[in-house]
Design a protein around this ligand. Structure first.
Ligand code: C2E
Ligand code: MG
Ligand code: MG
Length: 445
């Protein structure tokens, strides 16, 4: 009986895979350490370690390989710290280290560096070459808090900050991080709720043929109609949605909504136009992205040629092989692909030829700089001739003045989008634009 009880309690307190004590034991030990620290007037450090992109290793090489990474990493971590310090497995790809009795916070900086190096030592798993990195966050007793729960939470917050800044680094917890984390968490649950309560709306900004003035398409832009705060623009919530993964259901909603709207306009007898939606890099990494796209097209019955996905250059530069495959599949469906904000990203021109792109969308910052900055003028005409030589459609975004329009026309830019013609408007207002016929949005001259 006693043996069994001991066995159960061991199972409850130790992680089977790595043999490390788990988060239950961490709570107990940290509470004890704080009590000791208080009595002896000493400081402690909590180091929160999150492996970077661990899910990707699991997805690419399978769970056994993922497990081996975790085992190797945990061994390196244990080997790096003193015997008096302890390493805990906290979550799937998370570890926490408790450093007892440190003299001053800066001392942990050195240890953090050693831990980062230790993680990088895992290079070979199941016959594959890997580069494993981790991001670290550090909190200090008594500076940052005197409770176990808070010290862990603060270290975790600091770990997330490290991850954002660029993985493979460490940060000490600061008060401002906490404010941001609280804000972010609040926003995160608000976004989740808004999805359930159907508070998102798409507005549509017309794209014009710069010569005929005809509306040739529209970009769907998301807005959040919040009962208490009114309209909220995407810059305020898309980054948080991307950080939290909520962008995935959000983008699914956007695509479905845009396709449904396009069909509704067709049913109302309006001329068919191509609708574009913005897609995040994170969406692109979802294995079922293409399958979901197919399902939405089938369900709504929209012709794939009438849907365009706007992606940024950064999407193209992430895992090149996977991206290439995904793009080809999308292209094979007949869905169009556009590079948004073109010219602001990595500007590696070689990929333009390799990837099956249909449209280049010149970033609005270049259009804005047209009058004041001759370099922008050169850049725009270079982009236009590059696009033409690759047989791509060119569209300018952020067209605000007649001067800009004249320049674009003179340089054979075919299409444009911007406040000069119209901002993004609600669906029924957009339908009126289409009914009104050509040139209604084109300033007369
Ligand atoms: P974007 O895709 O480059 O969209 C163009 C942005 O420029 C839109 O801002 C649009 O309202 C604004 N704009 C259009 N014409 C002009 C102009 O003449 N002058 C100026 N100053 N601005 C103009 P918005 O709607 O606030 O969207 C901002 C960004 O948020 C978008 O940039 C896009 O990256 C992202 N976004 C918008 N909707 C979605 C969405 O449904 N999903 C995702 N993932 N991102 C979205
Ligand atoms: Mg866009
Ligand atoms: Mg853009």
């Amino acid at each position: 009986r006693v043996q069994e009880l001991l066995k159960v309690s061991h199972l409850l307190q130790y992680d089977a895979l790595t043999q490390l004590p788990n988060s239950t034991l961490l709570g107990d030990r940290l509470t004890q350490a704080i009590a000791l620290g208080r009595r002896h007037d000493t400081q402690l450090a909590v180091i929160f370690i999150g492996l970077d992109r661990f899910k990707r290793i699991n997805n690419a090489l399978g769970y056994p390989a993922g497990d081996e990474v975790l085992q190797q990493v945990s061994q390196s971590l244990v080997a790096t710290v003193r015997d008096s310090d302890s390493v805990f497995r906290y979550g799937t790809d998370e570890f926490v280290i408790l450093l007892n009795d440190i003299q001053h916070p800066q001392q942990t900086q050195h240890i953090a560096q050693k831990l980062l190096t230790a993680v990088r030592a895992t290079r070979q798993v199941a016959g594959h070459d890997l580069s494993v990195t981790a991001s670290l966050g550090i909190s200090i007793y008594p500076n940052d808090s005197s409770t176990a729960v808070e010290l862990i939470k603060h270290a975790e917050t600091a770990m997330h900050t490290s991850k954002e800044r660029g993985p493979g680094d460490f940060s000490f917890y600061t008060e401002t991080m906490n404010l941001r984390a609280q804000h972010q968490q609040g926003l995160e649950s608000a976004i989740r709720q808004a999805l359930e309560r159907d508070e998102f709306v798409l507005h549509y900004q017309p794209k014009l043929d710069l010569h005929s003035g005809k509306i040739v398409g529209a970009e769907a832009l998301i807005r959040w109609h919040q009962p208490d705060h009114g309209w909220i623009y995407p810059s305020a919530f898309i980054p948080v949605a991307e950080d939290s993964g909520l962008i995935v259901p959000l983008s699914q909603w956007v695509i479905r909504q845009a396709c449904t709207q396009a069909r509704a306009w067709q049913a109302a007898g309006l001329p068919p136009i191509c609708l574009s939606v913005n897609i995040s890099a994170i969406d692109f990494r979802q294995r079922d992205f293409v399958a979901n796209l197919v399902a939405i097209l089938e369900h709504t019955g929209l012709a794939p040629q009438l849907l365009e996905l706007e992606i940024t250059e950064s999407v193209l530069m992430q895992n090149v092989e996977d991206t290439h495959t995904t793009l080809r599949k999308i292209k094979a469906l007949g869905v169009r692909l556009s590079i948004d904000d073109f010219g602001t990203g990595y500007s590696s021109l070689s990929y333009l030829r390799r990837f099956p792109i249909d449209v280049l969308k010149i970033d609005q910052s270049f259009i804005r700089g047209l009058s004041s900055n001759s370099q922008d003028a050169q850049l725009i005409s270079a982009i236009i001739s590059l696009g033409k030589s690759l047989d791509l459609n060119i569209i300018a975004e952020g067209v605000e003045t007649v001067e800009q329009l004249d320049f674009l026309r003179a340089h054979q830019c075919e299409e444009g989008q911007g406040f000069l013609f119209s901002k993004a408007v609600a669906a029924d207002e957009f339908a009126q634009f289409m009914q009104a016929g050509p040139r209604t949005l084109m300033p007369s001259q």
